[in-house]
Write a protein that binds this ligand. Sequence first.
Ligand code: ZN
Ligand code: ZN
Length: 412
Amino acid sequence: MNAMTNETKLSNLAKVTVEVGINLQPYQTLFINASIEALGFVRKISELAYRKGAGNVHVEWSDQELSKQRLTYASEEMLASYPNWSKGRAESFVEENAAFLNIQSTDPDAFKDIDPKRVAIQNKAAALALRKVSTARQSGKVKFCVVCIPNEAWAKKVYPHLNPKDAVEQLWEAVFQMTRVDTLEPVKEWDKHIAYLTSKVDELNEKRYRQLYFVAPGTDLTIDLPDDHLWVGGGTKTHDGVFFTPNLPTEEVFTAPLKTGVNGTVTSTKPLIYSGTVIENIQLTFKDGKIVSVNASKGLDTLKELIKTDEGARYLGEVALVPQDSPIAIRETIFYHTLFDENASCHLAIGAAYPLCVQDGNKMTGEQLGESGLNTSITHVDFMIGSNEMNIDGIQADGHREPLFRNGCWVK
Ligand code: ZN
Ligand code: ZN
């Protein structure tokens, strides 16, 4: 299509990440959590950040091989502990209003041979220790953004029919296209895209649906929405009014279900990668919001551990709409990474709701959020339920019912 080099596209991705993703402000600290696979990209981000006047760029590196060693050999006692210095550091970045950037590059099967119980112990310890930090993120106190960089193990999982080199090349091409950075003016493309998502959000907020009804093979589900629910999409503003885009890419508009208002059965339509394990064909049944039955054809033990995380992990915290004609969905590829798969499919999240999904939620305490009907939990995990066989209706307070999605796409 064009002769743009991969180097230019990678620079564009860095620019979009810094300007659209975290929208870095002068003198602001940038705290990056990055996979060692992303070294070249992190260097580009860092340079750009300093050029834009960043206060300091701090990078915390991760490596799945090292993580696997800890999960394999460390005592359970160690897995259940989280270092105080690390917690203190993350909290101090919140206090100084740093921007949080997460650059992932994972192997979807990295922890497939590890006992799911051990992974759950470590996840829970981290989630509990970093609760203040995740609350600050979820309530828009600090800016955060997630991006993904290809690696060979991941590329081979996505394109098993290609040789490793071609698979990596193909995944890069897909990432560049899905993040709109293979264009001449990527930041402008993003402005246009966010304006489109915002128009969808405005339409839905005007509708004031009381209930959504989902039907598809294996799915017959009603989701009540809180009275003061708000739809969100594209990005959001921090308390001090800076707009940022937490996910690159993003195609979804979402809100929070009423915690106790979910009833029926839902079946997932794409694999969920959670903690280095693939979970397939999830089937959940809800009664008054609570998960009362769980099944999966693969990764069931991991799913059960997730749902046992805390009381809120038995309830939903997000309902998101993504049409099957979105640019990611039309690729008809399973990416084995939630950042891409959730943006190709309607999805739900097990666990916490985002406070910004209810009027004035950002100013509420946990207790007040609960009173508004929002779920709280230390976890938040999306799973995909959309397909071109899915129909969704919106039902208003007076009982008026209208089609919202037909055959997986918006009813225009
Ligand atoms: Zn989502
Ligand atoms: Zn989510």
